[in-house]
Design a protein around this ligand. Structure first.
Ligand code: PBG
Length: 329
């Protein structure tokens, strides 16, 4: 119940000093709240910048310690791996996703060898980094075919689990894939591999810089509206989440982040499960480029990240995660 009346009640009183503001603050951030995405590239000894994402790089496998050490030192609990696959390795059916020597597999092995369980590893389950058409699934007669795609996603999941991935994150939005992947994992003795479902993933323009970063932008034919959600909808997000929980998701993701805080909040209120937010590439680029151009100041980063906690997110996937100490200060 909200009570009180001006002038006996003045809310500004509690805001007068920093110490008082600190006492009454409702939400805080800690490094434990973050997942750091890492982009991988082929080759050796390279760290490549991504022009639309100032401060974010792609790393070759042998350079991974540079960024993983950083994440561990800052207390980040988990990294998420995203490969930039060479065009020559892409095809219609994304077969590179099932190659045990692909970039993601090599990275999982390297990280697990060096760091054991000091840090968790999350991997996307979807075909878009591997397909010549840039879609997350297989195509037949101009349609993304659901059930046939799931068969490949199951194999991709099993492969990544075998390499040592801790958290599988299906980001493909096919119907029914969480249940099928869970069953396959359990049958193969991967009962303890977690599933973080990108349950409410919207067909969004905010993914632009990511598609640049993984090199799927130029190749993407059409849009992803037949599988990713319509951004006009919110009830539908609850249905997606309900299904994924029933099918065995341990955690769910809402993506993008800032334009979808209402969705995070209603999922958290309704289902009481860990909800993660993905502050996606377009959000990162907007904020970072505006700071670079001095249109806004850098405190905007902290403000944007706290908004996810306020909405009820347990954790945030953010390209700022490796600099979180400076942001929290
Ligand atoms: C692939 C995937 C995408 C992102 C994460 N996994 C892009 C897409 O669906 O097109 C976007 C992340 C970002 O923009 O930061 N399924």
């Amino acid at each position: 119940m909200i009570t009180g009346k001006y002038p006996s009640l003045r809310l500004r009183r509690n805001r007068k000093h920093s110490w008082s503001r600190r006492l009454i603050q409702e939400n805080t951030l800690s490094p434990n709240d973050f997942i750091l995405p890492i982009f991988l590239i082929d080759g050796s000894n390279k760290r490549e910048s991504i022009s639309s994402m100032p401060g974010v790089y792609r790393y070759t496998i042998n350079r991974l310690p540079q960024i993983v050490d950083r994440a561990i030192n800052k207390g980040i609990p988990m990294v998420a791996l995203f490969p930039k696959t060479k065009n020559s390795l892409k095809n219609e059916i994304g077969s590179e996703s099932l190659n045990e020597n692909n970039l993601v597999c090599k990275a999982i092995i390297e990280i697990k060898k060096k760091y054991k369980n000091q840090i968790g590893i999350m991997c996307d389950v979807a075909l878009d980094p591997y397909t010549s058409h840039g879609h997350d699934g297989l195509i037949k007669s101009n349609q993304i075919i659901n059930d046939e795609t799931i068969k490949v996603l199951i194999n991709q999941s099993l492969l990544q689990a075998e390499m040592g991935c801790d958290v599988l994150a299906p980001s493909d939005m096919m119907d029914g894939r969480i249940g099928k992947i869970r069953q396959a994992l359990d049958r193969s003795n991967y009962q303890s591999v977690q599933i973080l479902s990108y349950a409410a993933k919207y067909a969004s323009s905010f993914y632009g810089p990511f598609r640049d970063a993984v090199g799927s932008k130029g190749s993407l034919k059409g849009d992803k509206k037949t599988y990713q959600m319509d951004f006009r909808n919110s009830d539908e997000a609850l249905r997606e989440v309900a299904l994924d929980i029933k099918e065995g998701a341990d955690m769910v993701m809402v993506k993008p982040g800032m334009p979808y805080l209402d969705i995070i909040k209603s999922i958290k209120e309704k289902f009481k499960i860990p909800v993660f937010a993905y502050q996606v590439s377009g959000e990162y680029s907007l904020i970072s480029n505006a700071i670079q151009k001095k249109i806004i100041n850098e405190d905007a980063v902290y403000e944007s990240l706290v908004s996810f906690k306020r909405a009820g997110a347990s954790a945030i996937v953010s390209y700022y995660a490796d600099r979180i100490d400076k942001i929290i200060k």
